[in-house]
Ligand binder design. Structure first.
Ligand SMILES: Nc1ncnc2c1ncn2[C@@H]1O[C@H](COP(=O)(O)OP(=O)(O)O)[C@@H](O)[C@H]1O
Ligand SMILES: [Mg+2]
Length: 149
């Protein structure tokens, strides 16, 4: 299942992510693709809010991974700097095993993705407009998309 939504502000993107977060269960995996500035980290901030995480989520680009504690644990991975060199970092033991795992630049760790996950593609259309494509892989995520508006 695929859904396309256009948001017109960072707040609207966060609100959408927050709505999705309310439906997420333990072991959820979400990928976020899109160019720099597309809004991947902004989206993750909304997810965090929806998971009752009080701490500010910032881009983990220089740290590769950050973990936040909320209703569920949020594991925020930015694979940008890995460029495929993820061997022996232990991500396979982390992704889809606990909490909600959000992966920016998933192309770099494609072989570690589970069969079932929510794929999100973000495109900058204009200064404040973003096309957000939500693609479900697996029935769990199709059910979530049916509830999103
Ligand atoms: N509709 C929108 N959705 C998300 N971000 C937006 C939107 N409009 C403007 N922005 C701005 O675009 C930038 C997105 O940055 P960021 O979330 O860090 O992107 P990425 O993580 O994809 O590099 C932020 O400065 C944000 O305020
Ligand atoms: Mg980012």
């Amino acid at each position: 299942m695929k859904k396309q939504i256009i948001t017109h502000s960072p707040q609207a993107t966060k609100a959408l992510a927050q709505q999705i977060a309310l439906h997420l269960k333990d072991k959820a995996v979400i990928t976020l693709s899109g160019d720099l500035g597309a809004g991947k980290t902004t989206f993750t901030q909304g997810l965090a809010k929806g998971l009752d995480i009080k701490k500010m989520v910032s881009s983990p680009t220089f740290t590769i991974m950050k973990i936040y504690i909320g209703r569920l644990k949020l594991v925020h991975i930015d694979a940008y700097r890995l460029e495929g060199l993820h061997q022996d970092l232990g991500f396979e033991e982390l992704i889809g095993t606990e909490g909600v795992c959000v992966i920016e630049w998933p192309d770099y760790i494609k072989d570690l993705l589970p069969q079932s996950y929510l794929e999100i593609k973000m495109t900058r259309l204009d200064e404040d407009d973003r096309l957000i494509e939500l693609i479900s892989h697996g029935s769990t995520y199709s059910h979530i998309l049916e509830k999103i508006e």
